[in-house]
Design a protein around this ligand. Sequence first.
Ligand code: BG6
Length: 503
Amino acid sequence: MQTTISPFVMVIFGATGDLTSRKLMPALYNLLSYKTLPERFFVVGFARRPFSHEEFRSLMKEAILRHIKGKKIDMEALNKLLQNLYYQQGLFEEKEPYEKLINLLSSFDKEIGACITRFFYLAAPPLNYSTILNKLASTRLSEGCGQGSSKWTRVLIEKPFGKDSDTAKKLEEQLTHTFEERQIYRIDHYLAKENIQNILAFRFANAMFEPLWNKDCIDHVQIVLAENSGIGNRGKFYEGVGALKDVVQNHLMAMLAYIAMDEPGSMSVDSIRAERVKVLQSIKKMTKEYIISNIIRGQYGKGLINERKVEGYREEKNIAPDSLTDTYIAMKLYLDNKRWDGVPFYLRTGKRMPFSAARISIQFKKPTHKFFESIHEHKEHWHDNVLTFRIQPREGISLQMLAKKPGLGFSLQNVKMDFSYESSFGHKLFDSYERLLIDSIRGDQTLFATNSGFNATWKVVTDIEKVWAQLPLPKFPNYQAGSWGPKEAEELISRDGRHWLLH
Ligand code: BG6
């Protein structure tokens, strides 16, 4: 894919962290490999540790090679990326490194002979966001080239965006004090997953599904983000954050927004974002009693993953031996609107699940007519009609239904209609970080989160946490690594006469 993107500079705060090496560098490498980036651009890593430009380049080279291990290396793309990497050492709270950064960025403008767009990517631990934003404002780096043309700066900010409603509000105030909305790119990378974007096409470009998309035809919806991995090297980040804030507040809610939204008036950024936000704002307020019985939390203990013994969460690096951080959530919620009145949405996420998968499943109601009532053969194995969006892996959509078994007589059997990206489109999908980077560079905010959306989901999370704070401490660990979570999560759905579809 050839584009006409102009030279730009991206400063990554927290450049020696996990996100930069695992996501951002591989994304930049791939974008170069697809020929989507210009010949000349500048990526400046900003972090505490003392590195020269060269040392930073070899560190990033290692990270990229680790990432593409086993695949053919595009040496041209790799070398081009490394040539365009720079490093600025400094503590986030010191003024001097920002002043040095001004000189470095000015030298790039000079080389290009123009004011180039500046991106400030906040990939540092979130407790540093406020300090970095303060410094960007006080050194007037936020104003861009020559510290006087704010048109040419954008800020990208990673989740978690605050810790609760209040801290999110404060962060937002600080952001909007320094940047205009059109300059702010709040990242929730699930919004950029290909098959989540595809929900819009599926629902609104095909006339046949939308008439069914409501309480009259849909029994319930399940949204799941299961991860096989544990906490790995991210203990410092994860401890005290937990699954509710790490992925429910954002990624699961992003999936909920797309699956439940009304048709946007147009393809414009504002229309799409507005419809997403309406869904999140319509989440039914939860009472204390509701929260106690419908929001289940868990933490993994020791167990077996692929027949390999693994540690419990409390035994992982940088985790307190008596940690109360949740690594699992199962919950039921309702939307307060006409379309979804009375339809339960079951959300579920966990670390150290038997395998990794992100899916949205729509279970349709059973047929009301009695035509097939008289067929009893294998009836107990008949499945309901379920439409499943496989967000990952094996991105695609399948529809489970009953068909007449070929032959004499009339018996029924479960079958699946299946669409897969791989068989229909063949080529590799854009990774969400590739898409987000390129969209921010092109100035398209559609796939970025909004303040009002985050406000709505923080409200839900904060209400839940306030109730939890009044309850006796949870008895963790309460599920084994390699299982599907605590038994209360089974009860949550089975008492409604339903079952988890992914198991
Ligand atoms: C991140 C969370 O935002 O999303 C991680 O911090 C989680 O804990 C990850 O593992 C899941 O994203 P993906 O794209 O790997 O499904």
